[in-house]
Design a protein around this ligand. Structure first.
Ligand SMILES: Cc1cc2nc3c(=O)[nH]c(=O)nc-3n(C[C@H](O)[C@H](O)[C@H](O)COP(=O)(O)OP(=O)(O)OC[C@H]3O[C@@H](n4cnc5c(N)ncnc54)[C@H](O)[C@@H]3O)c2cc1C
Length: 586
């Protein structure tokens, strides 16, 4: 590391932004190549990444519990995504899932075991079926309900063993380019307030989701979309941002996730009248229909007066018929969450739940090697990659199935690492050009030194409430238009925001203020795309356009920002190989 003028400078073959499952797998893959110097630059210590919150498990067609094939997994993923997924990418997802699971096993991931010693696969997850939709199928692998934690620990240990360099609690704020090629990133070290430049031949964005645009969410407070905001501000389009998934079972009023693993173990959903209402909406799959459907069904029950609780605005998870030992052995984290946050006993009480913002289906467009692409013809940005929840490859189409995100981060994290290794070997070192004007540096300096009076905390709260109110499970043009206008007003107010803490050391106030700027941009992209798509598909349900419209909308949205409130939409065809669009019933 050398200090030159404004910044501390580092040079690596590859720089990975984010230490979640996607970032760590890419780092590990790169680190297998001797002579390559790899850095993971992460806002959090890697083990604290949101991947660690994943309780449900990983989906892979190993066929350990019952007969299964990657083709069945592929069909379920395509149908679950309401036929918007790119089927070439889905094929890679479902095929490589199998081998990657064994690779993790060899690295030491402590999967639960069946009595015969093989990896246990007993749990069913929403939308996963036998023989192209016949009935629910057990495809989930897990380490109790702590699978995500185990993934992070396993990968992190392996990265340390392979001498990957970690820069923890560094917030990456901008991308550097030279003649269209990505040459590195700018990062702000939270402990010191110093700005660092990381030069690299290949850069991966693995910054995770942005559920904090909503008030009621399962996502950690750190998931503020900084990575995709950074890319969008540098002219990279965002794909399919209108598709934001709501998980059906968040703890009432808190949004904390009660994993789908519960329903996979046989927990029921019932309304205020005690009815298992999913019979009405998905007679074959019932509670195990895909999340978009279950979330809409819950909202319908509540709207039609069949909700439960004093305000009739929730439904219930019913664990009471499950044997005590199943609850304790298979769902320890879920039970702990219920006891800690609602103080109820699942053996005796019904647990109140409501849909909660959960997963970013869209994101930074990439090809199947995780290379960032910038138009409908898949033109690649040299040296720039994206993988994991921040990316849109697109394997989830318009709605993600449970357990498929962990597969996605592993499969495409590994693919990113493989292609980055090739580039890092073939390409010469990046030229060190001058640091260009950076909106992020300007924002930080204004927030720290400006004399504005607006509270960034209030702006964030207003944004999140607005998104809950207008851009949730059900959407309509008037609400979306109103939300977009209000976001523009919040952005103007943000220009007059400042922080109370003016210090350099661990300035959390400044970090939160900076993140709020990112949230505003990401929410803007979500609403603009939702307003533009005049059909209902997967997680995007328009009350004014309730039908899926394949004639006009079987295509991906690419959203470019030309200026404040000024957008350019382009469309990318969906890759259909095996499964032409059909009606979606469960
Ligand atoms: C409560 C919960 C339960 C879930 N359960 C499941 C499940 O059972 N099965 C399943 O398939 N999926 C599940 N998901 C979804 C899945 O866990 C995530 O989609 C996935 O783990 C995302 O991994 P990632 O590597 O893309 O990002 P993350 O794990 O979120 O990591 C993002 C990383 O980026 C870093 N970062 C972000 N911004 C910056 C920046 N500006 N500069 C530097 N670093 C940055 C962070 O420090 C972090 O290390 C769940 C999600 C939640 C919220």
């Amino acid at each position: 590391m050398v200090k030159t003028g404004l910044t501390m400078e580092h040079e690596y073959h590859a720089v990975i932004v984010g230490g979640g499952g996607a970032g760590l797998y890419a780092a590990l893959e790169l680190a297998q190549h001797s002579g390559l110097r790899i850095a993971v630059v992460s806002k959090l210590h890697p083990i604290r990444s949101h991947t660690g919150a994943a309780q449900g498990g990983i989906g892979a067609a190993l066929g350990h519990a019952e007969e299964d094939f990657p083709e069945w997994h592929m069909f379920d993923t395509v149908k679950g995504g309401d036929y918007l997924a790119d089927q070439d990418a889905v094929e890679i997802l479902c095929t490589e899932a199998i081998d990657i699971v064994f690779e993790l096993e060899r690295m030491g991931l402590p999967f639960d075991r069946a009595p015969d010693g093989r990896i246990e696969q007993r749990i069913r997850a929403g939308g996963h079926t036998r023989n192209f939709g016949e009935r629910p199928l057990a495809r989930t692998l897990y380490a109790a309900d702590r699978t995500g934690q185990m993934i992070l620990h396993t990968l992190y240990q392996q990265c340390l063993r392979h001498a990957v360099d970690f820069f923890d609690e560094f917030e990456v704020i901008d991308l550097l380019f030279d003649d269209g090629r990505c040459t590195g990133v700018l990062a702000w070290e939270l402990a010191t307030g110093e700005v660092h430049t990381f030069w690299a031949r290949a850069v991966l964005l693995a910054t995770g989701g942005w559920g904090q645009i909503y008030k009621t969410t399962t996502n950690a407070v750190t998931l503020t979309g900084d990575g995709i905001a950074m890319a969008w501000r540098r002219g990279i389009p965002l794909e399919d941002m209108e598709f934001y998934q709501f998980h059906p079972t968040g703890i009432y009023k808190m949004g904390i996730l009660l994993s789908e693993a519960s329903r996979g173990e046989g927990v029921y959903l019932c309304n205020g009248l005690g009815e298992r209402f999913m019979d009405r909406y998905a007679p074959t799959m019932r509670e195990l229909a895909p999340r978009d459907m279950v979330s809409r069904s819950i909202h319908r029950e509540i709207r039609e007066g069949r909700g439960g609780g004093p305000n009739r605005d929730c439904v219930f998870l019913d664990f009471r018929h499950l044997p005590d030992e199943v609850r304790r052995a298979k769902l320890p984290e879920v039970l702990e969450l219920i006891q800690t946050y609602v103080g109820l006993d699942p053996g005796r009480d019904l647990i109140p739940v409501r849909p909660t913002a959960h997963y970013a289906v869209g994101g930074i467009p990439t090809d199947v090697w995780a290379r960032v692409v910038v138009d409908e013809r898949n033109r690649v940005v040299e040296g720039l990659y994206a993988a994991g929840e921040c990316a849109c490859v697109s394997v989830h189409g318009a709605n993600r199935l449970g357990t498929n995100s962990l597969v996605d981060i592993l499969v495409f994290g590994r693919r990113a690492g493989r292609d980055m290794a090739r580039v890092a070997r073939e390409r010469p070192a990046s030229p060190r050009s001058a640091i260009p004007p950076s909106r992020a540096l300007e924002d930080l300096s204004r927030l720290l030194k400006g004399d504005g009076r607006e509270s960034h905390v209030r702006i964030r709260e207003e944004l999140r409430q607005l998104m809950d109110d207008q851009v949730s499970v059900f959407r309509i043009a008037s609400g979306l238009q109103d939300a977009l206008e209000k976001i523009h007003v919040l952005q103007e107010r943000y220009a007059g925001a400042r922080v109370a803490d003016r210090g350099k050391i661990f300035n959390q106030d400044l970090l939160e203020a900076y993140e709020t700027g990112c949230l505003l941009d990401v929410a803007e992209a979500t609403v603009a795309s939702a307003l533009n798509r005049t059909e209902s598909r997967g997680t995007h349900y328009r009350e004014d356009y309730p039908a899926r419209d394949d004639a006009n909308w079987l295509k991906h949205t690419l959203l470019y920002r030309k200026g404040p409130g000024d957008y350019d939409f382009r469309y990318k065809p969906v890759v259909i190989t095996r499964f032409p669009p059909r009606e979606r019933t469960y």
